[in-house]
Design a protein around this ligand. Structure first.
Ligand SMILES: Cc1ncc(COP(=O)(O)O)c(C=O)c1O
Length: 322
């Protein structure tokens, strides 16, 4: 994802110029990975030719997860969930661009250089930059099972969306790319399915939607929760249970969910086709509903979108590969 700069970044309560948002090389986070962050989409709403507004996807849930991640790491942010939501809206409106990607981040800054972070100051930043409402191509993702496991319980907390967790994600992602795959799926410590390097995983078998529970080292994905909400409303049974690796090869359908992936079906796993490789019927129903709501083409009946006032609206619906 290339970054297109915007004008402002929110820092500790006020807006500053993008170019001035810099940190010292001796900041704690640079050495020890002491950061927590979020990734959020703001969607343009309405018909592709004439967007009629912008909405931030599940803003409150993202900011609550941000606070939860910080709490696990004893990192006081000094802002309530409401204040953080207002800060996101402030920076998105100041930068005046939709669709966009929003990146709140908090970290231990310049203070002491010992491992103990508690004496290094906590810095909170929120940036955003243009990022399309992508309608993914229908070809799906070719993925592998990684030789790297996800984070073992009681090592790095998987429920914290912490920068350091993404060292594991990078290993999975690099290995997949080196071997010609779009993405890798990590197993948990017991060898059961966990998640992609940056996505939650769903399988469809005999009409049921199966997904690993959070105890299998998966992030509590906000897209995951949204898809489960949609599926339940469609009377599709959703089962959270430990899943063996080989179910990937014999399931009827499989897909990833996440802020970046949205809902992306898996075409193959370890070069074995999932079903016939095309998007299966249950994935298609969920995909259609999800994109309909976030793009404002269907009513926002779950209250997922926080409206923002943005004048520079680019057109949604560019087709790219997932
Ligand atoms: C490791 C990991 N799992 C799952 C997800 C999906 O979470 P969400 O839907 O909240 O973006 C992400 C993306 O943030 C992630 O990095």
């Amino acid at each position: 994802m290339a970054i297109q700069t915007t004008q402002h970044i929110w820092h500790n309560g006020s807006l500053m110029p993008w170019a001035d948002a810099q940190i010292h090389v001796m900041s704690h986070v640079v050495h020890y990975g002491s950061s927590v962050f979020e990734g959020i989409r703001c969607y343009s709403q309405g018909p592709l030719e004439a967007p009629k507004g912008a909405g931030i996807f599940r803003l409150r849930e993202h900011m609550q997860r941000f606070l939860d991640s910080a709490k696990i790491y004893r990192m006081p942010l000094g802002y309530t969930v409401d204040e953080l939501c207002s800060a996101v809206i402030e920076v998105v409106e100041a930068n005046d661009v939709s669709p966009c990607y929003i990146r709140p981040i908090a970290f231990r800054g310049y203070g002491e250089i010992g491992v103990n972070p508690l004496k290094s100051p906590v810095e909170v930043y929120i940036a955003n930059f243009p990022w399309g409402n992508f309608l993914h191509g229908n070809e799906g993702a070719n993925v592998c099972v990684s030789s790297w496991n996800r984070l073992a319980p009681n090592t790095m907390p998987a429920l914290a969306k912490a920068g350091a967790n993404y060292m594991n994600s990078q290993l999975i992602r690099m290995e997949a790319a080196t071997n010609g795959y779009d993405e890798g799926i990590g197993l948990d410590r017991n060898g059961t399915l966990s998640e992609g390097s940056g996505e939650n995983l769903f399988l469809v078998k005999d009409g049921k939607l199966l997904t690993p529970p959070l105890a299998n080292s998966a992030l509590s994905g906000i897209t995951r929760a949204s898809v489960m909400q949609v599926a339940k409303e469609m009377n599709i049974e959703v089962v959270e249970q430990a899943l063996p690796r080989e179910l990937l090869y014999i399931c009827d359908e499989a897909f990833f969910t996440g802020t970046a992936a949205e809902v992306t079906h898996l075409r193959s796993v370890d070069r074995i086709l999932v079903g016939d490789g095309t998007m299966g019927p249950i994935t298609r129903r969920i995909h259609r509903e999800f994109f309909g709501i976030v793009n404002g083409l269907l009513p926002d009946r779950f209250g997922w979108l926080s409206p923002v006032t943005v004048k520079s609206m680019s057109v949604a619906g560019e087709t790219v590969n997932a």
